[in-house]
Design a binder for this molecule. Structure first.
Ligand SMILES: [Zn+2]
Ligand SMILES: [Zn+2]
Length: 396
């Protein structure tokens, strides 16, 4: 389906970026828009859902350098709008492919040599026009087409990401209307040959000694028109379909990771293989633990006295507790390591829990504590600051 969209849709506008935007700018714009419009953040808001789909679709093309190049090339070739389909709105059976070789007077091997052979154009067009509904159009057999890749984002709880989790994932994707099987005509009726191009899908215009072929404006190059629209899809031949997948997120899955589920994208056409599903993982932060790779991190406040005298600390792990020995004379910021208490991977290896000691200073102390501290200060040498003295003297 993506292919014909390339002519109609301005993916740059969808992401709000300039045509010359760097891949970094595109990625940033996508992340921001995808976050804002994500269905998880906008439950029940179909407008947001629509925006999310648009943004994802745009990024699927612009975020892929090869696809972006092809898209740019396509847009500069077809920018005139002459090939724009569905320009007249819903009255036409959109979503049907037409064969570009017809437009250029014969396929490979014949007609205009600029457009046949040579690989580049033929490959480009066959990939661009591989999608679409089915039926209608000039009757020329086309080969199997791979289904489109689908990209979606899933937010996981911190603990679920660490332990692994299986979640149902509901995908909404365009599909062929079951009522009319994609031809857009009311059941019991059929699309009829376009009265303007007599079913050819192209019209020829003479100008001086040249003759131009262009897609028929009446039927948008399809060759047929629908007289009575299908009530289900309003003549477009396409509907949005919902399907639910159960996706397994492996233990230790990380924020920003992209999981590829081969063959779980959109179904292929005419026997072609299905596309892939890419799931972008977003891990919600935990209120206590942080994470660096397979290690969990935790910050634990200790008093000055505990740091000086030493203590045993009982701290939480993700599944229980662990007791850590703080030796006497431990400095603030010291990291203690609880081995094997981090993220356990599928292969059984586990990271560590890294506990950072944070010596806290009380804002207020009792009179007794103050007296004790003054005694302590009197019996303690000053902190070693000699290395600063030379610089300090420069300004005095
Ligand atoms: Zn026509
Ligand atoms: Zn229909």
């Amino acid at each position: 389906m993506s292919s014909k969209d390339w002519i109609e849709k301005d993916y740059y506008a969808a992401l709000g970026v300039d045509k010359s935007a760097s891949s970094d700018e595109i990625k940033k714009a996508y992340r921001r828009l995808a976050r804002e419009s994500h269905p998880d953040h906008n439950p029940g808001d179909t407008g947001a859902e629509e925006r999310f789909k648009t943004v994802s679709e745009a990024y699927a093309v612009l975020g892929d350098e090869k696809k972006r190049r092809e898209y740019d090339e396509m847009r500069s070739l077809f920018g005139s709008g002459a090939f724009r389909r569905n320009a007249r709105g819903a009255g036409q059976p959109g979503g049907m492919p037409f064969d570009v070789s017809d437009l250029f007077g014969g396929g490979a091997g014949g007609g205009d040599s600029r457009f046949s052979g040579g690989g580049g154009f033929t490959d480009l067009f066959s990939s661009i026009f591989s999608g679409g509904g089915g039926g209608g159009g000039p009757a020329r057999p086309r080969g199997p087409a791979r289904g489109r890749d689908v990209e979606t984002e899933v937010a996981l709880d911190f603990t679920d990401a660490v332990h692994g989790v299986t979640l149902p994932l509901t995908l909404r994707a365009p599909g062929v209307c079951d009522t009319c099987h994609g031809n857009g005509a009311k059941p019991g009726t059929q699309p009829v040959a376009c009265p303007v191009c007599h079913g050819a899908g192209v019209t020829t215009r003479n100008q001086g000694s040249f003759s131009f072929s262009e897609p028929c404006r009446n039927c948008q190059g399809v060759g047929t028109v629908v007289e009575e629209k299908c009530p289900e899809c309003h003549g477009t031949g396409g509907v949005t379909k919902t399907r639910t997948l159960h996706v397994r997120f492996p233990a230790g899955v990380a924020d920003g990771q992209r999981i590829r589920l081969a063959g779980r994208g959109e179904p292929g056409e005419r026997g072609g293989p299905a596309g892939d599903l890419f799931v972008q993982v977003k891990v919600r932060p935990d209120e206590l633990f942080g994470r660096t790779g397979d290690d969990l991190t935790l910050s634990v406040p200790v008093t000055y006295a505990e740091a000086v005298l030493g203590t045993d600390l009982r701290v939480p792990t993700l599944d229980g507790t662990v007791t850590l020995r703080v030796p006497p004379g431990t400095p603030s910021g010291r990291v203690l390591r609880a081995r094997g208490k981090g993220v356990v991977r599928k292969d059984g290896r586990a990271g560590d829990l890294l506990v950072t000691l944070d010596v806290v200073v009380p804002a207020k102390v009792s009179d007794e504590a103050r007296a004790a501290l003054e005694t302590f200060a009197a019996q303690t040498p000053p902190a070693a600051r000699e290395h600063l003295d030379a610089r300090v003297r420069r300004f005095s």
